[in-house]
Design a protein around this ligand. Structure first.
Ligand code: PLP
Length: 236
């Protein structure tokens, strides 16, 4: 089977899952955007996906994302940066990303503002929220995200920043636990954020393994990789 056929089949399966999940949740599929997470896969796959109708692409590593965005600049793609951000890379990410899902500390704002300004357009920003229990042992490679208690201050910081448009919240369900209560919590945080910023309507949640639960709890942006592209070369 050709790679294109493989990707087309994967896309069909995921669109089918989304349609079923939306029907069960009483939601329209129009409310849900599929962000295809292409990290570790070559630009040639992204090009094939674009030919199959994919418009929103997610990446989580700056150098890889920057190179792909440059190589595929002839395509009309929206680049979503969903990975961990270092403050010394924030400006560079804002120069090619259309949306950054992983703002989790105030320190990143200055760089994002500078990058958006250099590029000459506003940047969509989501506050990444940690859904780990408060006593979780994060360890060195711990999950990213702002503590829900710190989210209002971060929202205010983004509201005051020129060139950043607060769009909503993002989260990754904690590993090895039931994603349902985590996404329910995220929906509460999202509602709190909308009270502060009514235009911040995006909820970026749900991946290959838990997109159904995310749809049930109001996700508007699903970040899906392996269910369409297959297993990644390393466990990232
Ligand atoms: C890799 C990644 C995804 C996609 O994960 P899959 O399980 O392959 O669907 C989603 N969100 C983030 C933040 C990621 O890093």
């Amino acid at each position: 089977m050709s790679r294109e056929q493989e990707l087309a089949d994967g896309l069909d399966r995921v669109h089918g899952r989304i349609a079923t999940a939306c029907a069960e949740a009483g939601r329209s599929t129009d409310e849900v955007t599929l962000v295809m997470v292409t990290k570790f896969f070559p630009a040639s796959d992204v090009r094939l996906l674009a030919g199959l109708g994919v418009r929103d692409v997610g990446e989580n590593r700056h150098q890889e994302a920057e190179a792909k965005a440059a190589e595929l600049a002839d395509l009309d793609l929206a680049w979503h940066y969903v990975g961990g951000l270092q403050s010394n890379k924030a400006a560079a990410v804002a120069r090619y990303a259309d949306a950054v899902h992983s703002l989790d500390r105030a320190k990143l704002v200055t760089g994002l503002v500078r990058g958006a300004e250099e590029r000459g357009r506003d940047l969509d920003v989501l506050v990444q929220v940690s859904l780990d229990p408060p006593d979780a042992d994060h360890g060195p490679g711990g999950r990213a995200g702002a503590d829900p208690a710190d989210v209002p201050a971060l929202v205010e910081r983004v509201q005051q920043a020129d060139g950043l448009r607060l769009r909503g919240v993002m989260a990754v369900a904690p590993l090895g636990t039931d994603p349902d209560p985590a996404f329910a919590r995220l929906a509460e945080v999202a509602a709190d954020v909308r009270r502060l910023e009514p235009a911040a309507t995006w909820i970026s949640a749900g991946m290959s393994g838990d997109l159904e639960q995310a749809v049930r709890h109001g996700a508007t942006h699903l970040r899906v990789g392996s269910a369409v592209l297959g297993p990644r070369p390393s466990n990232q």
